[in-house]
Design a protein around this ligand. Structure first.
Ligand SMILES: C[S@@+](CC[C@H](N)C(=O)[O-])C[C@H]1O[C@@H](n2cnc3c(N)ncnc32)[C@H](O)[C@@H]1O
Ligand code: SF4
Length: 506
């Protein structure tokens, strides 16, 4: 890469070789696996939040905050699943965990007394696996400890095996206005082959029809690449799904992360071959578009007025706003203060009564700007200057250290700068990945490089012998990407009156 010194290039190439996560903090995996996170106490975390709220109150942080609650239990473990989940041994562990979750909410509610949340997301695992009274008590706890903005999105992940009539009533009663139904496949053979107990096509169709008659936004998850699944079977499922017509359809390609049961058994799931995946995606795109669905743009600002946009997966992460997480594996972000997560150790233990201490990576406004640049260039391939100004009150090209990095990359014709945006000029995926690391703070780079000292020595040796092969291997690794696509039904009549009614009452 002309203009970048060889040693700089190798350093950033080495960092790129460590993983696929483009962002810091990483999008996946337990934070404790990353060297720049450290242990932290409840008191310290409360202090971080107070600082964030002060930044919000003085207009120096996005005012949106969401709550994320993780329920890590499921009735069975699907062999493809990469989520933080466990199958409990009876109800005792679940009860103790629910109790600990509520205690943790109590420990934070006073900090947020004067602030309202724009979204609540209860994910998992399978939150509707909770016993009826537990689900009701947890939802009640959230509502009584935290304030929500009018029109806040309140959503819960559900599955066909666990969503009963009474649970649905409980969700609606407590103001839930959006649910995601994990379907994955409508083919009963495929579903039982991946150990997805308690689901059948008939049941899915029945549940979806009742969900769609209620004041809810309904999202559905489908997967592509499950074992035994052919292109035809996947496209047939998709076709049946658009006929039923949920407001949002998520299409996930199977991602064989090491924590999946399938990988643990040293078997790679055989599904749709990767080399065909582009053609399958294209066919899927056609079915969805011709049935009135449009793909989410994932462009900052563009979907902001879309009422179907998921606030937490979409806008909160897009703009880097704050998320208050509860429970194991919940990733929290106190804008301008820190990113943190609970250590996942207790997942392996039978007693789930105590949520273990936190792991955090301290942030400040400069880290937030760097993170914003990395996230937007990696995920959306550009930085929108007006969006940056809206969040940080200054133009990205006037803000050090970003200004210097941007002008250097512009001189090298790696990026272009116009009045609206900063865009990649190069298309090579490896070079983009490597050069993104220029935006990392020097302290972060040295923490990473220092931590991986041994691997780095080996890496340099191999690079000197055969830089071409090594670069080629990394290129292959980062291009074997996993994707998630979100499609919105264009003509979705929004049925959230139930929620507004709840607000009027509360
Ligand atoms: C947190 S899971 C919860 C869904 C719910 N428990 C269910 O299974 O119905 C959210 C979604 O992640 C997707 N998912 C899980 N493991 C995956 C993997 N290895 N690759 C791609 N997507 C995956 C599935 O589509 C799943 O519905
Ligand atoms: S896909 Fe859903 S039900 Fe299956 S193991 Fe994962 S979280 Fe549990």
């Amino acid at each position: 890469m002309s203009g970048i010194s060889k040693s700089q290039w190798i350093k950033y190439l080495f960092l790129s070789s460590l993983g696929r996560a483009d962002d810091c903090p990483p999008k996946t995996g337990p934070y404790q696996d990353y060297p720049y996170f450290r242990k932290s106490s409840l008191e310290e975390i409360r202090g971080f939040w107070k600082k964030t709220l002060e930044l919000i109150d003085t207009g120096r942080a996005p005012k949106e905050i969401g709550i994320y609650i993780h329920w890590p239990f499921c009735p069975s473990q699907c062999t493809f699943c990469h989520c933080s989940m466990t199958v409990p041994n009876g109800d005792v562990g679940m009860k103790a965990y629910a109790h600990a979750l509520k205690e943790e909410m109590d420990a934070f509610s006073d900090v947020f007394r004067n602030h309202a949340f724009g979204s609540v997301y209860i994910g998992g695992g399978t939150p509707t696996f909770m016993l009826d009274e537990e689900l009701s008590s947890l939802l009640n706890h959230v509502r009584s400890r935290f304030r929500l903005t009018p029109g806040a999105q309140f959503y819960v992940e559900t599955s066909p095996a666990t969503l009963t009539e009474s649970k649905l009533q409980t969700l609606i009663f407590h103001g839930v206005n959006r649910v995601t139904l994990g379907v994955q496949s409508l083919d009963d053979g495929i579903v039982s082959g991946v150990n997805r107990v308690g689901q059948s096509r008939k049941k899915v169709e029945y549940i979806l029809r009742s969900l769609l008659s209620l004041p809810l936004i309904v999202d559905v998850d489908l997967m592509m690449g499950l074992p035994g699944q052919s292109t035809l079977s996947f496209l047939r499922d998709l076709y049946s799904m658009v006929k039923i017509g949920p407001q949002v359809i998520h299409v996930y390609s199977y991602d064989s992360r090491p924590q999946t049961l399938a990988s643990r058994f040293h078997k790679r799931l055989e599904g749709i071959d990767w080399k065909d995946s582009d053609a399958v995606r294209l066919a899927a795109d056609r079915i969805l578009k011709s049935s009135g669905y449009r793909q989410s743009n994932w462009v900052p600002g563009e979907d902001i007025d879309n009422p179907l946009e998921e606030r937490q997966d979409g806008s909160l992460r897009k703009f880097g706003a704050s998320v208050l997480g509860f429970g194991l594996a919940a990733k929290s972000h106190a804008f301008g203060s820190c990113w943190y997560e609970h250590r996942p150790i207790a997942l392996a233990k039978s007693s789930m009564g105590r949520i273990p201490p936190y792991f955090c990576f301290e942030s400040n406004l400069e880290e937030e700007m760097r993170h914003y640049a990395v996230r937007n260039l990696s995920r959306f391939h550009h930085i929108d200057r007006s969006d940056f100004r809206r969040i940080f009150h200054k133009d990205v090209v006037e803000h050090e250290p970003l200004a210097t990095i941007i002008s250097q990359l512009e001189r090298l014709k790696i990026i272009s700068v116009d009045s609206r945006e900063i865009c990649w000029k190069i298309t090579d995926i490896l070079s983009r990945q490597v050069l993104l690391r220029k935006f990392y703070s020097p302290s972060l780079v040295s923490a990473l490089v220092g931590y991986y000292e041994k691997e780095r020595a080996r890496f340099y040796e191999v690079y000197d012998k055969s830089s071409v092969n090594l670069e080629e291997n990394i290129r292959r690794k980062i291009s074997d990407f996993y994707f998630q696509r979100v499609y919105y039904r264009e003509s979705s009549p929004l049925k959230t009156q139930g929620f507004q009614k709840y607000h009027a009452l509360s």
